[in-house]
Design a protein around this ligand. Structure first.
Ligand code: ATP
Length: 233
């Protein structure tokens, strides 16, 4: 397999309040490569969203280390972690989080416009956004508002937005939670084809279809990550 893009090494995260301490992620480790489809399979409350937040630098670990490419997240300040999300790692959630007043194209172009100001740069951003929409099979609905798209199409727009700007790592938290089984299969197959194209996808899901289609499967149980039986980690 090709280059190592993500390393999670003995990572833990406990939420402490006055009343109690919840160990949401406990001593979790995984290694993943460009072109790999990794499924983190687990029940509700097992710690998947916490892991997603740690991998994407939206939250910080109490122990252990996480490397995305060459960057060690624990050594980066908030603004450099935000930069990493713009350059390398994109996130998709169950709720697509699109801006309802913006077209599909405008939504996808948004991450690029955060760092590009001139008109020429904006035009270039739109061109690259259209390229990403084409990659997820939605070039023909680029000018539609999210409310005129199906649930599956909205998730595809979310994936295009997560990858625009040549980001190579896609992290998804229950991306098919709001889709029927056909829509779920189509979305997982899209993610599969993006991986075949070199993207690393880490998909947290409790959908058994995700396990079937992934290259590597981890199970998350009470915050602990286990390589699923019979699957090389
Ligand atoms: N900010 C927080 N403060 C306190 N406890 C939290 C916080 N976030 C998560 N938890 C707790 O950590 C544990 C893991 O939650 P997490 O959301 O990561 O699980 P999950 O597998 O993503 O579940 P779901 O699919 O239902 O979102 C749960 O017991 C949850 O209540």
């Amino acid at each position: 397999m090709s280059s190592r893009l993500l390393v999670v090494e003995n990572v833990s995260r406990t939420f402490v309040s006055a009343a109690d301490a919840v160990p949401a992620v406990r001593d979790a480790s995984l290694v993943a490569h460009a072109g790999e489809f990794v499924c983190v399979f687990g029940a509700s409350g097992s710690g998947k969203s916490t892991l997603v937040n740690l991998i994407t630098g939206l939250d910080t670990a109490d122990a252990g280390r996480i490397l995305v490419g060459q960057a060690e997240l624990g050594l980066l300040g908030e603004s450099r972690r935000a930069r990493l999300r713009l350059d390398t790692i994109g996130v998709v959630f169950q709720d697509h989080n699109l801006i309802e007043e913006f077209t599909a194209l405008e939504n996808v172009a948004l991450p690029l416009e955060a760092t590009r100001n001139s008109r020429a740069q904006c035009r270039e951003g739109r061109r690259r956004a259209l390229e990403q929409l084409d990659r997820v099979g939605l070039a023909d609905v680029a000018h539609r508002l999210p409310r005129h798209l199906s649930g599956g199409q909205r998730q595809r727009v979310g994936i295009a937005r997560a990858l625009v700007g040549d980001r190579r790592v896609l992290v998804a938290d229950e991306p098919t939670g709001a889709l029927d089984s056909r829509g779920s299969r189509e979305l997982f197959e899209l993610i599969r084809s993006l991986c075949d194209d070199g993207v690393l996808a880490v998909v947290c899901s409790h959908d058994p279809m995700c396990r079937e289609i992934a290259d590597t499967v981890y199970e998350m149980v009470d915050g602990r990550l286990h390589a699923a039986a019979g699957v090389p980690a």
